[in-house]
Design a protein around this ligand. Structure first.
Ligand code: GLP
Length: 242
């Protein structure tokens, strides 16, 4: 049975998730951490920054690998996932910038970029602890419904629903990129341990189908049921369908 931690509210869940990452980083300073973007992890990253400022953790020997990046946004575009990570975490902690990896959404040779990114993960020894959010349609990273369980890092088209969900971060929906480079389901499932953080009632259906639904490409997060070490950290609202 999966490990499901239900917390009173979003702040408590974010703190709980941050503590899981901090504890691993404390035990294994050279932790290879898989990172996620979106609204969900913002408070969790703020908590990790607080732990760092209190000298409880150090990122000096850590490496980070983000799940995905939009195609066509320069690294310094305010809505690129690279910029998001700089704002939320990287600029506040002692992570060596050379150890902070994201796909390059501006690569001219996308195939080469995809191979480079998979190779970087492999060469590091693999991801020890992967953070995930979840999309309303069950997507993880940018693995939309239809993604195969053995899919690898690749170029994907975003669904209309995902573009609409993410439009809140942009001036207009037309500014949201239509494609991304994302780790595949297979890439994600190779992480030694996974923490899925979900907050709010609008994620309740997606969470229920992930944990209790049929394992199916129509709800990509359901493939996490095939992984031996997944911890779901939920607030009460996101857990209400369980
Ligand atoms: C985004 C990201 C995912 C994220 C999900 C949910 O599009 N690619 O990694 O988990 O959608 O985002 P949010 O946390 O903003 O609801």
């Amino acid at each position: 049975n999966p490990n499901v931690l239900i917390c009173d509210n979003a702040e408590a869940a974010s703190l709980r998730a941050a503590k899981l990452f901090a504890a691993s980083l404390h035990s294994w300073p050279d932790l290879k951490i898989g990172l996620a973007t979106g609204g969900t992890p913002v408070e969790m990253y703020a908590q990790l920054v607080r732990f760092y400022e209190q000298d409880l953790i150090s990122f000096a020997e850590a490496k980070t690998f983000n799940l995905d990046e939009y195609v066509g946004l320069a690294a310094d575009h305010p809505q690129s996932y690279r910029s998001f990570m700089e704002q939320q975490l990287f600029s506040h902690v002692n992570l060596d910038p050379r150890n902070a990896f994201l796909p390059n959404g501006m690569a001219t040779d996308v195939d080469a970029e995809i191979s480079r990114y998979e190779q970087l993960i492999t060469d590091s020894g693999g991801i020890d602890l992967q953070l995930l959010g979840i999309g309303h349609n069950g997507h993880i990273a940018f693995n939309e419904p239809g993604s195969a369980p053995d899919s690898r890092t690749r170029l994907v088209d975003l669904t209309e629903r995902t573009i609409a969900s993410n439009a809140r971060f942009f001036d207009s929906i037309d500014d949201v990129p239509k494609q991304a480079i994302t780790m595949g389901i297979g890439t994600i499932l190779e992480a030694k341990a996974i923490v899925l953080l979900a907050l709010g009632s609008d994620k309740a259906d997606a969470v229920r189908l992930a944990i209790e639904g049929e394992v199916s490409a129509s709800h990509p997060a359901s493939f996490l049921q095939t992984h031996a070490n997944v911890t779901y950290v939920l607030d009460e609202a996101a857990a209400k369908g369980l």
